[in-house]
Ligand binder design. Structure first.
Ligand code: C5J
Length: 221
């Protein structure tokens, strides 16, 4: 069994049961004119990880391992958008409002698509999720079970919101999780760092963390 050099413990990686989950690398979070920018965020921080996420995806594809992509988005009638989520804060635009890339975070709109640099290929699964966690109100768990996946590598955005929430959901469901520290990012550097610290504290209470190079080494080893 290959071992990924990780913190706080090295991760025994079982390639027969391993998958990559790429969280919400959508135009709405990563491009100007999207939801993230409407909240006043600097999207360039998130754009910086695109080449590393691409390398991680390529490594999983080359190893013949599953790659699952998620998209945070809502039904066009917004029936799965709680008022508490829609009305949070005072953004220049709210979820469902028309923006330069179509209605913000609405399924089928250009902004809800995964960025072209990281487009899913072939039969890669794409999970549309109305919440922060990718297990909430989706069939992700059934899909992983059908493929006998038990270990998950996490990448994507944002570290402290949808990535962390999904990693915690996965931990509660019995998956071993490992966060690719250089393939995840937040609009706030301190939040990314704090999330990595929280996940790996107390002996890896939610999981462990490793650099993409070390994850790829184990896939190829
Ligand atoms: C946020 C996400 N930050 N994908 N979504 O609202 O992290």
């Amino acid at each position: 069994m290959a071992v990924i050099k990780a913190h706080p413990f090295d991760f025994p990686c079982d390639n027969k049961h391993l998958a990559l989950i790429v969280i919400d690398m959508q135009r709405d979070f990563v491009e100007e004119g999207g939801f993230g920018a409407s909240l006043g965020n600097d999207v360039s921080r998130l754009r910086a990880i695109i080449p590393t996420v691409a390398r991680l995806i390529d490594g999983f594809r080359a190893a013949g391992l599953p790659v699952v992509h998620t998209r945070e988005c809502h039904r066009p009638d917004l029936s799965d958008l709680p008022v508490s989520k829609r009305d949070r804060g005072a953004p220049s635009l709210r979820i469902g409002d028309p923006g330069p890339m179509g209605r913000l975070l609405v399924a089928g709109e250009p902004g809800a698509e995964i960025i072209p640099e990281l487009s899913p290929i072939g039969d890669e699964v794409v999970i549309d999720k109305p919440g922060k966690g990718a297990f909430y109100a989706t069939d992700l768990q059934d899909i992983l079970k059908a493929r006998d996946v038990r270990q998950l590598v996490f990448a994507g955005v944002t570290t402290e919101v949808c990535v962390q929430t999904t990693m915690r959901e996965a931990n509660d469901r019995g998956y071993d999780g490992i966060l690719a520290t250089d393939a995840t990012e937040s609009y706030f550097a301190a939040f990314r760092d704090a999330t990595i610290a929280m996940i790996t504290a107390q002996g890896g209470i939610v999981g462990c963390a490793a650099e993409t190079d070390h994850i790829l080494e184990a896939l190829n080893g």
